[in-house]
Design a protein around this ligand. Structure first.
Ligand code: BES
Ligand code: MG
Ligand code: ZN
Length: 492
């Protein structure tokens, strides 16, 4: 998929589908703008007949079968004064999805003079592409339908030399994350994830280390390995490093939960716990690898960025961890595993310790960690915790810029009580109440307190059952854009 602009005389334009955005005022004069494809008087008549007013969310869909333009979609954007970026993105997304199988190119004409900056155009382009995303890897539709290959912007004269290269790189990162999350657990195994990481390293010249079970054992990663024990598949500990040329001003570690399947273990997921969806329990690592791909291509200056994933499956066999087992993490702390389904934090314990030993300035971890965060914030907002106000602010800003919603949750110290164990230094599971908070408090035990840290629980946001805004149903790729924007903001 590529972006392009058509800057020549519109009478020379060729294409078969056009999405045209209009604001509420002066519909008549706006229709003049597409006289290169349809007679404005005729169009006005039809528009009036359909009582279209240009209200926000109003849509008109025309099929001109015998003319060069096959599909014209007019999107109402509401009053120009109230024009809202995310409304435009969402309606554009909904409409692009309708034509994505029918055309190889779709063109977009919006009231550009009301859109204030190149950044906004980039965001619109990004949203258009991500809305149009299709995944036919596991069915045969691939051969049957047309695939959208080009999104073209018409009349963008205000930004004559606009370049979409970076937007493309970010989209590729998000799309990689979506592909990883959506891949079923018999396809995306820990081994397969390590192959993807190696490919990123090769394509973008990153350093890569993949540790097998033995090497992890040598590092004392008893918490991570306890989770992996019940699976026939070997765990893979993935560590990618992106180092800018020249002096390094800041060192960052991004850590992602990488459970390619979470059965719950002996605390098996039963009833309505959606065991069949637990392929997406590697959503955090998908975001981290997606960010690695995007940042590997963007190559930010002055930074050393580590991407870390302790990938494995949480399964059941004769050597699986028992509920009640006590294990030792690589920082020496012992953990009573009172619930084998709270496995993500066990893998993260060793991944965070590993990250901490690299002595970064900050660590951000992303994880589909708790059902509790889904109950608290639903599917549109991810919860996050941080031990540092500056980092929290930076993350909030970055996420707001890219349209991924984050809500800060408290690191309520008194809830640590819930993790007390009679036998070990701590339990892995606290009481049901405040479950996503105790999970965050558990993670806080596994890195150097001096390091700025944030934890993002994406259990509710990494997947959507229905088309929603810029996300087609399925994996959202949540987190990639925030991570990349957070890094980009360091460069300005
Ligand atoms: N992977 C799940 C969390 C999850 C739940 C993600 C629903 C997406 C949707 C995690 O490993 C888990 O099972 N957490 C338990 C923790 C509990 C045992 C303390 C949970 O949330 O039920
Ligand atoms: Mg679990
Ligand atoms: Zn899990």
């Amino acid at each position: 998929m590529q972006f392009s602009t058509f800057q020549k005389d519109l009478d020379e334009w060729q294409g078969s589908s056009l999405i045209f955005g209009v604001v509420k005022e002066e519909i008549e004069s706006q229709l003049e703008k597409i006289k290169f494809v349809v007679n404005p008087k005729l169009l006005l008549k039809k528009v009036k007949a359909k009582k279209f007013k240009g209200e926000k969310g109003e849509i008109l869909n025309f099929e001109f079968l015998d003319q060069k333009l096959e599909t014209l979609i007019i999107i109402g954007l509401g009053k120009s004064k109230e024009l809202n970026k995310s409304d435009i993105k969402n309606s554009l997304g909904d409409q692009i999805r309708k034509i994505v199988d029918k055309n190889e190119k779709t063109s977009i004409l919006l009231p550009w003079k009301l859109i204030n900056s190149q950044v906004e155009i980039h965001h619109l382009a990004e949203s258009a592409r991500l809305s149009a995303y299709k995944d036919n890897r596991f069915n045969k539709k691939k051969d049957e339908k047309k695939v959208l290959k080009e999104i073209e912007f018409l009349n963008l004269n205000k930004y004559e030399n606009i370049c979409f290269e970076e937007t493309e790189k970010i989209c590729e990162g998000v799309e990689l994350a979506r592909r990883l999350v959506a891949a079923p657990p018999n396809s995306l195994t820990p081994q397969e994830m390590s192959i993807t990481a190696s490919q990123i390293a090769k394509d973008h010249d990153l350093e890569i280390k993949i540790l097998d079970a033995k090497e992890c054992e040598n590092l004392g990663m008893g918490a991570y390995l306890a989770v992996a024990k019940g699976s026939d598949l070997e765990p893979k500990f993935i560590h990618l490093t992106l180092k800018s040329d020249g002096p390094i001003k800041e060192k960052i570690a991004l850590v992602g939960k990488g459970l390619t399947f979470d059965s719950g273990g002996y605390n098996l997921k039963v009833g309505a716990s959606q065991i069949e969806m637990m392929k997406y329990d590697m959503g955090g690592s998908a975001a981290v690898l997606g960010a690695a791909k995007a940042l590997g291509a963007i190559k930010p200056k002055g930074l050393e960025i580590h991407f870390i994933v302790a990938a494995c499956e949480n399964m059941i066999n004769g050597s699986a961890v028992h509920p009640g087992d006590v294990v030792k993490a690589s920082n020496g702390k012992t953990i009573e595993i009172n619930n084998t389904d709270a496995e993500g934090r066990l893998t993260l314990a060793d991944a965070l310790t590993y990250a901490s030993n690299l002595k970064p300035d900050s660590i951000i971890d992303l994880a589909t960690l708790t059902g509790a965060i889904v109950i608290a914030l639903g599917n549109d907002v991810a919860g996050f915790w941080s031990n540092n106000n500056d980092l929290a602010k930076e993350l909030k800003n970055a996420s707001a810029e890219v349209g991924e919603e984050l809500w800060q949750m408290p690191l309520k110290k008194s809830y640590k009580e819930g993790l007390k164990s009679h036998i070990a230094d701590m339990k892995n599971t606290g009481p049901r109440a405040g479950g996503s908070i105790t999970a965050a408090l558990f993670l806080e035990e596994f890195f150097d307190k001096e390091i700025k840290w944030a934890h993002i629980d994406i259990a509710g946001t990494c997947w959507t059952d229905k088309n929603k805004g810029i996300n087609p149903s399925g994996a959202t790729g949540f987190g990639v854009k925030t991570l990349v924007q957070w890094i980009k903001n360091k460069l300005d």
